[in-house]
Design a protein around this ligand. Sequence first.
Ligand code: MN
Length: 319
Amino acid sequence: MKEILKKIKHSSKVAVFGHQSPDGDCVGCLAAISFLCEKFGKTVDAFVDDEIPSRLSFLDTKFINNCEFDEKNYDLFISVDVADKHQLGKYSAVFDDNHSTISIDHHSIRDLVSKITYVDKKASCCEILFELLTLSKFKLNSWVATFLYLGVSDDTGCFMHDSTTSYSHYVASKLFDYGADFATVNYHLFKLVTKKTYELTKKLDEMAKTDNGIRYVVVSQKFLKDNNCKKSDFGDYVNTLLNLEGTKISFTMIEIQKDFYSLSFRSLKNYNVANVATKFGGGGHSQAAGGRIGGDRDVCLNKVIDELKLEIQHKDASI
Ligand SMILES: [Mn+2]
């Protein structure tokens, strides 16, 4: 961590990067690392090769992607919350080249290589950023505290995933003292349902199926077109699916291109969907993960369900 602070101190212009399909942790980390660089008097720009989802637009995220990226303009490149090189999208080449690069992350399975890598398997990457900011001795303000809280709360599922630790709660309590707007963050992350999502949810509830503790919904491109919606309108429907009594694992399988599906998994504690997601070109955390699969709908669906059944059988046998 001291090495990271030193690097930032001796840089002049910094580019910071988050992952595609950005979540609260990714956006919170980008805000925190930008705050840190600015406190050191550096110019900093933040980039994600994706749109920032509307569920996070209650905070001012305009500091992300607010200029064109030109690598010549920077002498230090930092990724936060990025496990896999591909999650950097068009920016991934920056980490291949002979640049000055730093990675700060909390995922256990990762393949992003950089000059300095700091990995700590905390519940959220924002908890690492909190530690880094604390070490820097710069005083946190309510702006950065709210963004850090966003990351901790989103990645712990409002402190309900079993990845949550006493340190997550400790960080939250410190952020509370720095003026983090926890009520607004938690309302937008876990309570607010847009009218569009509300209407969509009613339809999805009718389409949902259950198979041996696995509850899921498969969404075709036709459905997306007929209902004039996109993947991001599903909000946290995959969490809603998990809430029905008797459900151990839930997933959504959304056809984002013809015969190509985006997978999103949630599970009760004891079941590890990150293991399953890695078999489908993805990853994540034990209770929340995602992946992709291509091919015929029913073939794909059976493959996913078979893997999930194995995970359930394996874990149920060991209880
Ligand atoms: Mn994260």
